[in-house]
Design a protein around this ligand. Structure first.
Ligand code: ZN
Ligand code: ZN
Length: 138
């Protein structure tokens, strides 16, 4: 079954609004950032945003960046079939690049197999400076 990056039709109104906000944003957003942007749409309670985010994350349409306590829309149509998601976070401009790496994933699943650890999910967060910021600073 091929997942596409189109917004699924079976999202609730709030889920669709939250995903749309994440898709339009170039930087990760906290739940409160999202709520701020959706007040005009009638969202009032943080819980409405959290519930929508929970479902979006569960379906792999959005990801939570643990170290920032913020959310991004999934940039990779296929990522929710993979065990590992990696994010490169620029500490200067806030840009987040999502990618996957099969070699790292294989190493980690080899480790999990040897130690008998059952992995639920793996999220890597790499912090530093993106190429554009480095170029601008040079
Ligand atoms: Zn993703
Ligand atoms: Zn940057």
């Amino acid at each position: 079954m091929a997942e596409t990056h189109d917004t699924p039709r079976d999202l609730t109104r709030n889920q669709g609004l939250v995903l749309g906000t994440l898709n339009r944003s170039t930087a990760p957003l906290s739940a409160y950032d999202i709520l701020d942007k959706l007040r005009e749409e009638g969202l009032r309670a943080p819980l409405q945003v959290y519930r929508a985010l929970d479902k979006l994350v569960e379906r792999g349409l959005a990801h939570r960046l643990e170290s920032l306590n913020a959310f991004v829309a999934c940039a990779d149509a296929h990522c929710h079939r993979k065990g590992l998601i990696a994010f490169a976070i620029c500490e200067n401009c806030g840009k987040v690049d999502e990618f996957a790496d099969e070699v790292i994933e294989e190493r980690l699943s080899g480790w999990a197999g040897r130690t008998g650890f059952k992995t639920e999910r793996t999220t890597m967060e790499i912090r530093g400076r993106c190429a554009q910021c480095l170029k601008a600073a040079a």
